[in-house]
Design a protein around this ligand. Structure first.
Ligand SMILES: C[S@@+](CC[C@H](N)C(=O)[O-])C[C@H]1O[C@@H](n2cnc3c(N)ncnc32)[C@H](O)[C@@H]1O
Length: 283
């Protein structure tokens, strides 16, 4: 057996020197995986001993983090809305900010037992639609992604969460293959201006799929397309909810209003930044 505290200290110094932010927390997640010790026990690392045989596994995970691979990708799964979601090379890591969109939809459509028909465009891991299905027990959800591999990961997640009998996932471009009507349409499309991607943190620029990030010259291409396409797919009074970048609130709201959406509002994430646009369509 070996003392964990000095191992963690050395790894933290190494990762911090390489520019990794919050290295300590990442290391606790990696240690939890390598040593099978709970996070709460690891937070008080003094006095924790670990088997010599697992130290090489831990160091291998730290080596991966040292290349700036995100801890979520190293672990292979991540939590969103209390649900554990598997990740794949083609899926974005689900972000806590995206829970703002889930929360906003739940507030606007508070009847939990209605058989809502939900569409999630650019579904990735299925995070948004699966979170909504977990809250609406009678709802049915469709998730679409341009990446067939992402759609397969989302289906896998639906199965492991016991939601697959109310969810369907397909590969395609936005809603081009769909007719509707849907009561709720959500999307967290790619919204980073193409030219800005290279300057993002290496965890994002090098390890997130390009097609999950790149939103065209100004980052707004997907909203332009979706604002035009979605009115035809929504039921009367149907709700649309978009996640967007912190500086895109006014532009996305303007696109929605121009496409005939009403009651358009912009909502902030937990950091107080514009993050979500909601609107309804008269049909
Ligand atoms: C920002 S990620 C969001 C993933 C997931 N919804 C989430 O919130 O974690 C955007 C997703 O849109 C998908 N995507 C990009 N272009 C698309 C298109 N034309 N049609 C459908 N999906 C697209 C990407 O593959 C990616 O999974």
């Amino acid at each position: 057996m070996a003392d964990l505290a000095p191992l963690l200290r050395a790894a933290e110094e190494r990762l911090t020197a390489l520019g990794v932010e919050e290295a300590r927390l990442d290391l606790l997640y990696l240690a939890e995986r390598a040593f099978g010790i709970t996070l709460s026990r690891l937070r008080r690392a003094d006095g924790v001993s670990v088997p010599q045989s697992a130290i090489a596994d831990f160091q291998a995970l730290v080596d991966r983090r040292a290349t700036r691979e995100p801890v979520q990708r190293i672990l292979g799964d991540w939590e969103f809305w209390g649900l554990t979601l598997a990740l794949g090379p083609e899926t974005l890591i689900p972000r806590a900010d995206t829970e703002t969109l889930v929360e906003a939809v739940l507030k606007r459509r508070a009847e939990r037992h209605r058989p809502w028909r939900i569409l999630d465009l650019g579904t990735g891991t299925g995070a948004i639609v699966l979170a909504l299905l977990s809250e609406y027990p009678q709802a049915f959800g469709v998730g679409v992604d341009l990446s067939p591999d992402a759609a397969a990961v989302a289906l896998h997640n639906a199965r492991s969460l016991g939601l697959a009998d109310r969810a369907s996932f397909l590969a395609g471009s936005w809603a081009d293959a769909l007719a509707g009507p849907f009561d709720i349409i959500v999307s967290n499309p790619p919204y980073i201006p193409d030219a800005d991607i290279a300057a993002l943190a290496p965890e994002v620029a090098r390890f997130e799929p390009w097609r999950a990030l790149a939103g065209g010259v100004d980052g707004l291409d997907p909203y332009r397309h979706l604002a035009q396409a979605l009115p035809l797919l929504l039921s009367q009074g149907g709700l649309v909810g978009f996640e967007h970048g912190a500086d895109q609130g006014p532009a996305v709201a303007t696109l929605l209003r121009a496409a005939g959406f009403r009651d358009v509002v912009t909502l902030c994430d937990l950091g107080g930044r514009d993050r979500v646009a909601l609107g309804t369509h008269p049909g």
